[in-house]
Design a protein around this ligand. Structure first.
Ligand code: NOJ
Length: 482
């Protein structure tokens, strides 16, 4: 299981109130004890942090808030000693507007960096930024508009340029040479690989535009192929790519030899409400399509599933832990879900730290909305909820029957039973709050019963490998040999 570490709020190693790499190092024994086999580190590179590090201004260093390159090397060393692999977030779609390439690019039409970004005399299309407003911003010094799929501080690279590719290749090698085990490629299907597509408008819907031509462009598979070749030239590297889609055909098209090893995909993970009929349906579809998915319900971009899906019910959180570790796929756990942590409140405009929330708030005020309405709009969009500091005191107070122990014990079982990692699905069914599925590998058959509803779960007369009971002792989850 991978564990996502959102560096700014995971663990503060030097007492300045911000998470850092020394803090991560100090928690490696905790992660090892939990049974984690890989960590995904969100961006820790120098950055003005308009989007908390997803706006990189130097790809070959560590931001002073988070430590030094030596700390990074130590982190890798300690993690590897503990048998934990480390993949790092890599943002190749855009750079910070303060990256020297962009400073150079905007400075002169003759700059060798001019072509690193997408510059236009007039706004060529109706494309909108994912963080509200036009995706084109006028730059005074260049006298031109530049393209940004996210905030104006996150300038999209021009992947039609061979020089951009060579720079990115060298950055990947820099980290591979340091010993990282792979990458999580940020918004990788958004790379701008086709300049010709700039002249096509996105369809207009409900007063906004639908993102169609600004992603999955012609040339994307070639670009990804080159990235994959570079990474896989090093043995045993893992390439995970964020594919912001829930269409299984599209997701699947990015995974395979010469492309990504896995997609971080959103067909299941971003479910708004717990819906076992939908879960069963997606499981069947992924099985039929031959998709070996990543499994997660939370991340730094989403509300915590303890709030969103479990309604703060620890029993439900245990059942979802069972799901993550017994359904077919690669499980990803967001920091603190195992404790479990709750969303932090966003009750006042001052609580809006995330750029998506702040942008939304400012936009609504500009449009003439009153503060209340602007805040209402912004708090829906803000991603601050799951970004609170991990409460390490609570992490240390784990009882025998805690959620934490459910993860730990299931991770042990998962290591012993190949059907849980390699197996296909047998039957998948759901009724009256019960989700049941079977995993099959050679002679091994394991059944998983997850009762999310009120109906009693009858214990079948089979070898019980693991069970979950609620606080009144009612049986809710079972893992059995069949
Ligand atoms: C996806 C990241 O997970 C998110 O936090 C970020 O805002 C966008 N990519 C843009 O880089």
């Amino acid at each position: 299981m991978f564990y996502e570490i959102y560096v700014p709020s995971f663990c503060d190693g030097n007492g300045d109130g911000i998470g850092d790499l020394k803090g991560v190092i100090s928690r490696i024994p905790y992660l090892r004890q939990l049974g984690i086999s890989g960590i995904w580190l969100t961006p820790f590179y120098p950055s003005p942090k308009a989007d908390n590090g997803y706006d990189i201004s130097d790809y070959r260093d560590v931001d002073p808030d988070y430590g030094t390159l030596e700390d990074f090397d130590m982190l890798l060393h300690r993690a590897h000693e503990a048998g934990i692999r480390v993949i790092i977030d890599m943002v190749l779609n855009h750079t910070s507007h303060l990256h020297p390439w962009f400073e150079e690019s905007r400075s002169s039409a003759r700059s060798p960096y001019r072509d690193y970004y997408l510059w236009e005399k007039e706004i060529p299309n109706n494309w909108e930024s994912f963080f509200d407003g036009s995706a084109w911003t006028y730059d005074e010094s260049a006298g031109l508009y530049y393209y940004h799929a996210f905030s104006r501080e996150q300038v999209c690279l021009n992947w039609s340029s061979g020089q951009v590719w060579r720079e990115c290749r060298d950055i990947l090698r820099f980290w591979l040479d340091r010993g990282v085990d792979g990458f999580r490629l940020d918004v990788i299907n958004f790379l701008k690989t086709d300049r010709a597509a700039l002249s096509v408008d996105n369809p207009v819907e409900n007063g906004g535009t639908r993102h169609v031509y600004d992603k999955n462009q012609k040339g994307i598979y070639e670009a990804l192929g080159k990235i994959s070749e570079t990474v896989h030239a090093y043995p045993h590297k893992y390439l995970l790519g964020e594919i912001g889609e829930d269409d299984l055909y599209l997701i699947k098209s990015y995974v395979g030899p010469g492309l990504l090893d896995s997609a971080f995909q959103f067909n299941l993970g971003s479910m708004e409400k717990l819906d076992i009929a939908y879960m069963a349906d997606q499981m069947r579809k992924m099985e039929a399509e031959g998709v070996y998915p990543t499994l997660f319900f939370s991340s730094h971009d989403m509300r915590r599933h303890f709030n969103r899906l479990c309604g703060l019910d620890p029993g439900k959180a245990k059942l979802l832990a069972m799901f993550l570790l017994t359904a077919r796929g690669i499980p990803f756990l967001y920091q603190g879900e195992e404790i479990p942590l709750e969303d932090v409140p966003v009750d006042r405009p001052e609580d809006l730290k995330d750029i998506q929330g702040r942008y939304g708030y400012e936009k609504k005020l500009r449009e003439g909305a009153d503060e209340k309405a602007a805040f209402q709009y912004a708090r829906e969009r803000a991603r601050d909820y799951s970004r609170g500091m991990v409460d390490w005191q609570r992490a240390g107070e784990q009882e025998e029957n805690s959620l934490h122990s459910v993860y730990r014990r299931l991770l042990e079982i998962r290591k012993r039973l190949p059907s849980l990692t390699l197996g296909t699905y047998g039957e998948i069914r759901q009724q009256d709050g019960l989700l049941y599925y079977q995993r099959i590998w050679e002679q091994e058959r394991v059944g998983v019963y997850l009762q999310f509803g009120e109906k009693p779960l009858e214990a079948p007369c089979k070898d019980v490998l693991f069970e979950v009971r609620d606080e009144r002792g009612k049986l809710k989850g079972l893992l059995v040999c069949e």
